[in-house]
Write a protein that binds this ligand. Sequence first.
Ligand code: G6Q
Length: 540
Amino acid sequence: MKTLLTRLPAWKALRAHHKKMRLLHLRDLFVADPDRGRRFAFEAAGLYFDYSKHRITVETFKHLFALARECGLRKKINDMFSGRKINITENRPALHVALRAPEGQRILAFGRDVVPEVHRVLRKMADFSDRIRCGKWKGHTGKRIRNIVNIGIGGSDLGPVMAYEALRYYSERNMNFRFVSNVDAADFAEATIDLDQEETLFIVSSKTFTTHETMMNAKTARQWILRKLKNREAVARHFVAVSTNQPGVAAFGIDPANMFELWDWVGGRYSMDSAIGLSTMVAIGHENFYRLLSGFHAMDEHFRTAPFRRNMPVIMGLLTVWYNNFFGFRTTAVLPYSRHLRLFPSYLQQLTMESNGKYVTIDGDRVNYETGPVLWGEPGTNGQHSFYQLIHQGTKIIPCDFIGFCRSLHSSVTHHNTLMANLFAQSEALASGKTFKEVIAEGTPGWLAPHRVFEGNRPSTTILADRLTPETLGKLVALYEHSVFTQGVIWHINCFDQWGVELGKALAKRIGNELENASSPRLTHDSSTNELIRRYRRLR
Ligand code: G6Q
């Protein structure tokens, strides 16, 4: 079926509705309905979701839900959960939900129940991480492993490094966890500068085991180990792999018995809860990793079963469409009030922008509407002292997601009260603003007043959880995964491929050869690229 999104009745109704809505102010909406803060908020899967500070009314959602129905969202959700090949350009299902399905649930991929395999690998991971954590797994010289270095990039890095930071509170504090992703030699050098080879184990995380950056860093790691341990057999004690590519892993010198498997039906950016999470499991222990998975699963079940009007990922995804396509707001900020979630926005950047940064529909047509917005963010309160100025008084409107916790992991209640007071204050200030009259009434001189006025009417969601636990992290990640999917269904794009990263990779290979081999034939790039290459060759 060809996409006719902008001709759907609900799309047209939303366009007309927007004309009214853009004139309404959140301040007035709150005055008109004293119960708004409860009407547009609910709790599900243990998360409290307040979307009352959005430029919406009951009618807005009547049209947005109609749009979801007209786009077949319910069927598409069922297709994903039942293992249909929804990633059509790669001819495979997108079954990350199977990674956290409890034993006994049946999910078919290519006609085969994958849940038993998922649990077989989880048990192998648990056994390995237990042996590392209790010191049974020894390095080549008999020393205990104290340092884990994950080598991987993109989906094989961003999840592990984010989860380690997020769950550091639960981590084994007598061990070091480092992450090497960039092919810049500084990454490896800095990650290992203070580590002893005898106590270090590398997890080479690569679904394909061919990714250029990861393979180069893995080879550097192998040299680094051999430089001190001087015996090729040491590789087997200091390297394990997470991959689908057993021949590649064996050729590197890693014992295939120490390979943790994943599957083609897991996309890189949807893989932090697969064996790609091995470093997470070693850090927090297998029981906590299982808790993380149960958090994911709780949100999956909520997404799969809740009616749209009480479905958090659906509402979140539809709000993104509402702002992106009708108001023309082009970016979203994610602002966790938690130091531990400081890498959550960069994790979400890949999840959202690699999934929905596409101008071609599933049918191969050029879209005639906007797709995925730019996502960015930093933890509060730090961001308040930097870019929040633009969010409050800039000319661009940036819908924000505030994420906070009712209880801190750390003992100081005073710190936590202050942190949360800031979160609540920001969303209130963004929504209500401050009028000229209010500013003058405070005694501000007229010439200064315009600078101190806040227009307000700037939308935000607030997500509150009890504490940052492994379960909560799982729920939050799954919430965004399914919100991204909801958006992709509306925009009729494939959330699960990433062809847009290919051209740069191919050109880098060609230019890499030209840099290695300075006498290579005439350069045939554009004149800018030719000149950059020549200059680099001269000055390196
Ligand atoms: C994610 C992408 C991409 C991928 C990396 C690493 O969805 O597919 O970020 O995760 O390119 O790939 P490998 O795991 O195969 O090394």
